[in-house]
Design a protein around this ligand. Structure first.
Ligand code: C2E
Ligand code: CA
Ligand code: CA
Length: 661
């Protein structure tokens, strides 16, 4: 780079960022008043020492004029010191400084040199000292704006060295040289400082940018972590925090907090029939409707797939809660307009109010219980958690505890219900039904304890107890009779249980006469795993029946993919077979299906002669129901079979007599 280009590079102000410009302005605004104060003070001192030797224009008039210019500049900077600075104004002020600085420097230099002829050698030395010291001070004050500092330095240095260099005093020549060296050194320091200052500002603004980006990400994370992205409502986590706060507040004020949990009924089928996008639309619209119902002090959140929660601060009483619940259920009952057609849905709501010492979990659990109760008993309406529910929960808990600690061998016993084949005119099997006789609770219905055992995980042990007892009964039954044992989803899903069942069957006399009844709900969780488990049982000679067909997720896939021997048609179809055309058609179709696939078909819950006749007309053969026999104690089975045998003998004898007669 040529010397000239290098010099011009030093003097030019590199394009600066907004942050740098503002930082320069701020630095100057602090230093400029000091600069002018120093300049004017030094000038007053120099003028004072020349007052008696120089003309008044030079000692009073010109210094006063220069001081006024300085005062105006100070006033301008002083006025702006607290103002909100924008980048345009800062740039303007810096530009003004860059061209005005050298102008003022030239003015002071000319004035100082013009005093020279009027002074003695001491006063002349004072002029040189004044110019040198003041220039260094001014450059120092302007160091953050390189161009202003350097041009001021140059505007003084050139006339200074020219003037004193030409003086015939060698001392002044030395002073000019000193001044040049000092200004040169100062220039180098200034350039380094200037570069460091720019780097510092750049790194500071980069840090600030990163900090604000981190802050933005933190806020976004916080928002996402607490918000349901589909509806924009707060999510479960946010709900829990709010409920805790509301309970703490209620604790202090002695008020109550109400919680309403609302869930869309049968929402899964909207997704299945109309697709997930439409399902999302329904959720968004439902959120919108519920939002419209809430008061500003209430808190609405979406807690799971089709569930919402409303926190109601200080509800007056249970009636108030019930009114909110009804309003919410009503709002969901309006049509949902979807591209594939209008959908009508219902929602069930459970509401509960806080009690002293409640935690968020205990209050939510009560609202949740009330929702499950509403779904089960009065679908599509709102239920407020009551004392009865409390007692029911206590009862269930006690029962769960007793079931958990029960001695299954002595407390679980089995009943057998016959399965009668109309074609063979004989009982061909018995279904084994578990019963629980608790020493403390007495007889407990399987409708109560089986779901409880499935929930608490002790169903596997019950199944093994039932199977052991069924295998014992098998030994006493005629060899043509098979015995059906019910398996639950937990049994099929547990390899340990399947292995234990296989071990029991393996140890029993051959051939195996056990059938296992499974429901579709038990296999849908994992069809492949269910298939593997059933193949293990099949390999031992057991057979598989599909129980309660038509009530669950009835699907031909299950019938096709599972190694089934038999389908058991649920009693709801049997009950309607005499009066409902659709039930008749379904029964007929399933019978055809079984025939085509080489499976047998059992009808459950046959209670009347009319039902039997209708089923036989349709081609049914194997029947199970009260018409043939209620579930009976093991020691009654022998009698039952004897009676059946005697009846058949009578019929045969009559037929023989008729034939002979
Ligand atoms: P399920 O397997 O469908 O059993 C048939 C149920 O229908 C039995 O009720 C039986 O008593 C009843 N039933 C039979 N014939 C008729 C009839 O003509 N009319 C009417 N109204 N009902 C009839 P139960 O014994 O109360 O059993 C209820 C359910 O409990 C069973 O339904 C089964 O799902 C479950 N269960 C019973 N024992 C066991 C077991 O050992 N293991 C498992 N996993 N579940 C069992
Ligand atoms: Ca069954
Ligand atoms: Ca059944």
């Amino acid at each position: 780079m040529s010397v000239f280009r290098r010099a011009s590079h030093i003097f030019s102000e590199p394009p600066s960022s907004q942050e740098l410009t503002l930082a320069q302005w701020r630095a100057l605004s602090r230093q400029v008043p000091l600069l002018y104060l120093m300049l004017v003070s030094n000038t007053v001192i120099l003028a004072a020492t020349h007052i008696s030797s120089a003309p008044w224009e030079l000692t009073i008039f010109i210094p006063a004029a220069l001081a006024i210019v300085c005062a105006l500049r100070v006033a301008m900077w002083w006025r702006n010191r607290n103002a909100e600075m924008n980048i345009e104004k800062a740039r303007r002020d810096l530009r003004t400084m860059i061209w005005l600085g050298p102008g003022i420097a030239v003015g002071f230099t000319a004035w100082a040199l013009s005093l020279y002829p009027f002074g003695d050698p001491f006063q002349q030395s004072q002029i040189a000292f004044y110019m040198g010291v003041t220039t260094i001070g001014v450059m120092f004050c302007l160091m953050h704006v390189r161009r202003a500092a350097l041009s001021v330095g140059l505007c003084v240095l050139l006339p200074f060295t020219a003037f004193f260099g030409m003086a015939d005093q060698s001392t002044f020549l030395a002073i000019a040289l000193n001044m040049t060296l000092v200004i040169a050194a100062l220039t180098v320091i200034l350039l380094i400082n200037n570069r460091d200052f720019a780097a510092l500002v750049a790194s500071r603004s980069e840090m600030a940018r990163r900090q604000s980006e981190t802050q933005r990400l933190l806020e976004e994370n916080h928002r996402l972590a607490n918000m349901d992205t589909l509806t924009g409502l707060p999510n479960r986590r946010s709900f829990e925090r709010h409920l805790n706060l509301a309970l703490a507040h209620a604790d202090k004020s002695g008020e109550m907090v109400g919680v309403a949990r609302i869930d869309l009924d049968g929402f899964k089928s909207v997704n299945e029939i109309f697709g997930q996008i439409c399902g999302d639309r329904v959720i968004i619209e439902a959120a919108h409707r519920l939002k419209a119902l809430k008061r500003p002090d209430m808190f609405l959140a979406r807690t799971d797939g089709s569930g919402f929660i409303l926190i109601i601060p200080s509800p007056a009483d249970d009636e108030t809660l019930a009114r909110y619940g009804d309003a919410m259920c009503q709002s969901i009952k309006q049509f949902f307009e979807l591209p594939g057609g209008n959908v009508r849905l219902t929602a069930s709501a459970g509401l509960a109010s806080s009690r002293p010492g409640d935690t968020a979990d205990s209050l939510f659990d009560r609202a949740d219980y009330a929702t499950s109760f509403a779904k089960r008993e009065v679908r599509g309406t709102a239920v407020v958690f009551s004392k009865d529910h409390s007692q029911e929960i206590d009862k269930v808990r006690r029962m769960e505890h007793l079931l958990h600690t029960a001695d299954f061998d002595s407390e679980i016993y089995i009943l057998l219900q016959p399965q009668y084949d109309m074609t063979l005119r004989a009982t061909t099997g018995f279904e084994v039904l578990a019963r629980w006789r608790s020493p403390l609770l007495g007889e407990v219905s399987p409708a109560e304890f089986i779901p409880m055992a499935e929930r608490t995980g002790c169903i596997n042990k019950i199944t093994q107890t039932v199977l052991r007892k069924a295998l014992l009964v098998c030994r006493t039954l005629p060899s043509s009779i098979r015995v059906s044992v019910n398996l639950s989803a937990n049994d099929i899903g547990s390899t340990t249980t399947i292995e234990a069942i296989a071990a029991q069957i393996g140890a029993a006399p051959k051939p195996c006469r056990i059938d296992f009844e499974i429901t579709e709900t038990a296999v849908v969780r994992d069809l492949n795993q269910a298939n593997d488990a059933l193949l293990v049982l099949l390999a031992l000679g057991a057979r598989i029946s599909l129980d309660d067909f038509g009530t669950g997720h009835s699907s031909l896939t299950h019938v096709q993919r599972l190694p089934l021997h038999r389908i058991k048609i649920d009693r709801s179809f049997v009950a309607e077979v005499t009066c409902d055309v659709t039930s008749r058609a379904i029964v007929k179709t399933v019978l055809d299906l079984c025939r085509n696939l080489g499976m047998s078909c059992v009808f459950e819950g046959v209670e009347t002669e009319e039902q039997l006749e209708a089923l036989v007309d349709l081609g049914g053969s194997v029947m199970q129901g009260y018409l043939f026999g209620r579930p009976m104690a093991v020691d009654k089975v022998d009698d039952y079979l004897r009676r059946e045998y005697a009846r058949d003998r009578r019929i045969e004898d009559n037929c023989l007599l008729e034939a002979v007669g």
